[in-house]
Design a protein around this ligand. Sequence first.
Ligand code: SIN
Length: 282
Amino acid sequence: MVKVRDYNYEFISVRPFAPNLGAEVYGVDLSGSISEEQFADIYKAFLDHQVLFFKDQKEIPPDRHIAFGKRFGELHFHPAAPTMKGYPEIFEIHADKNSKVANGEFWHSDVSCDEEPPLGTMLQIHIAPDCGGDTMFSDMYSAYNTLSEPIKNLLGGLSATHESEHLYRGRYVDRGINDKDTIYPQAVHPIIRTHPETGKKALFVNRTFTTRINELSPSESDRILDLLFAHAEHIDHQIRFRWSINDMAFWDNRCCMHRAIWDYWPEERKGRRVTIKGDRPQ
Ligand code: SIN
């Protein structure tokens, strides 16, 4: 039963998670067909709420998951991650008692090391631990808006390098990925980006990929990045989502970060992720 409703939508039911970030979505079956009207409402809700949690879902067949992703744009192929057999667009999220690492354990915006980092990511979880395995999200509009004016002015003229070699090299060897000859991406992005669809400003650095501020000395860069990471990860900007089987989350990497909590070892958690290509941050 949906208790609090956002009445701006006619063809889906939207229940805000927090005033500025996140919403649960009811009344649409992602494993079936989605009408143009429902799709328009979903798109609007995505821009309004930054991360949507589609509830009461059935397992979405891989082809349908891919087709739903493609309605938002061309799909992104992950530079490092293991994919589902026969579906290179699908990144398999999996951790169990044999895992040495789990995906997304530190705050990040997906693959921000790409020249054109992903617009958004859709993850459906099929196997979840009895408790734990939550995913946290942090609102980067709010992170920007709550900076003081002098800091906003300073950051407005700065760019940062986002790298991935340190993260990806050898990471998936236990899942059969040999990356001896792989060259991992790196890119330079503005620290403050303007969302191409909402026109709102967001902080765009994260502790997983962002390694330095290009215009500053190394010690200045380290200290200001520390300040920005702590600010972006402040609890005031966050929500924490507890998964039920077959929930699908769809987050906007241009204006929020996320972090997956690996507190359930030796239990298993498994899902499928489709990622949509984005554009160069401005
Ligand atoms: C990720 O895509 O970063 C992982 C998210 C999750 O497993 O909840």
